[in-house]
Design a binder for this molecule. Structure first.
Ligand code: XMP
Length: 305
């Protein structure tokens, strides 16, 4: 980032210019990207900004209530669309289709909100790696490749298009956003659906939600990873309560990275790994095994899908 203050002034100007005195809806997920966008837009256009948070049912444990608390003061609209997303995803196992389904649902929800509120423009926190990876065909991030062509907004505004994650964090600090937001771990738009390798079911989403909560509790404060997560990577045989169990395999991933384009696995103490394992297998029924992934990016990506 060359000049944070210049970026802020330019972005505010760009939002004012591109919104043509109309109302603008923002997809606020509580991540640093959308939070920075919301702050910039609120400075740019005040109450013409309509911040909407969609509870997709694919968010981390407790996330919806936390975001509602933090952004309540800017008039956040919270839309409970969990059934809609989970019904659409039920049984889907293709990662690209999951992204497309989630992206399309998002847009539909926003179109409904836009009609209800009279918003004509959509503000998105797309950053450089999102569209660069989509263009190179690595994956279609939900807010780029998944955008259906039938979109009914007059336009999409993406003020963070040229920034990397670290730049966005700098801007967040310069805007005075709380540290909790400025240094939040990234969380993918398609949420927990891409942390279930294979078929999405309501049960699998619940299992992976609980596993992610435990992993974050053990690792975030102590190691301050760039990102940590758990994914259901398959099924395997185990033994629980003296009976054989064909249960979930949870893979734990914790990485350091500068911008998400490459990443290194974190060195975690064996004791902490054992704590994660014992808490997951003792409190989440149906989990037979916990493993730790030591693969850097490349060759692996950070997420499993
Ligand atoms: P990968 O898995 O490609 O992830 O190494 C790099 C970073 O991007 C996040 N990620 C996504 N974010 N929509 C998003 O908004 C997506 O579809 C998506 N896929 C991956 C991932 O969590 C990591 O921080």
């Amino acid at each position: 980032m060359v000049d944070t203050q210049k970026f802020i002034n330019d972005a505010i100007h760009q939002i004012q210019e591109h919104s043509h005195d109309e109302k603008v809806i923002i997809a606020l997920s509580g991540g640093v990207d959308s939070s920075v966008c919301a702050e910039l837009a609120s400075r740019a256009i005040g109450d013409r900004l309509i911040p909407v948070y969609v509870d997709t049912g694919l968010m981390r444990k407790g996330e919806t209530s936390r975001i509602s608390e933090i952004f309540g003061h800017i008039g956040l609209r919270v839309v409970n669309a969990a059934d809609e997303f989970l019904d659409a995803l039920e049984g889907e196992s293709n990662p690209e289709k999951k992204r497309k389904i989630v992206g399309e649902r998002f847009i539909r929800v926003f179109e409904r909100e836009a009609i209800a509120t009279g918003a004509k423009f959509l503000l998105q926190g797309t950053i450089y790696p999102d569209w660069a990876e989509s263009e190179r065909g690595i994956k279609s991030h939900h807010n780029v490749g998944g955008l259906p062509l039938t979109i009914k907004f007059s336009g999409v505004i993406e003020p963070l298009r040229d920034l990397y994650k670290e730049d966005v964090r700098e801007v967040a600090e310069a805007l005075g956003l709380p540290r909790e937001i400025a240094h939040r771990m990234p969380f993918p738009g398609p949420g927990l659906s891409v942390r279930v390798v294979g078929k999405v079911t309501r049960e699998a989403i619940e299992v992976v939600r609980e596993a992610n909560a435990i992993i974050e509790e053990v690792l975030v404060e102590k190691y301050q990873p760039w990102q940590c997560l758990g994914a259901l990577v398959g099924l395997g045989t185990g033994v629980k309560d003296g009976k054989r169990l064909y249960g979930w395999i949870v893979s734990v991933r914790a990485v350091n990275s500068r911008d998400g384009m490459s990443a290194d696995p974190l060195e975690i103490s064996f004791q902490d790994l054992q704590e994660i394992e014992s808490r997951i297998t003792s409190t989440i029924p149906g989990v037979a095994r916990v493993v730790y992934d030591v693969t850097p990016k490349p060759p692996a990506t950070i997420e499993y899908e």
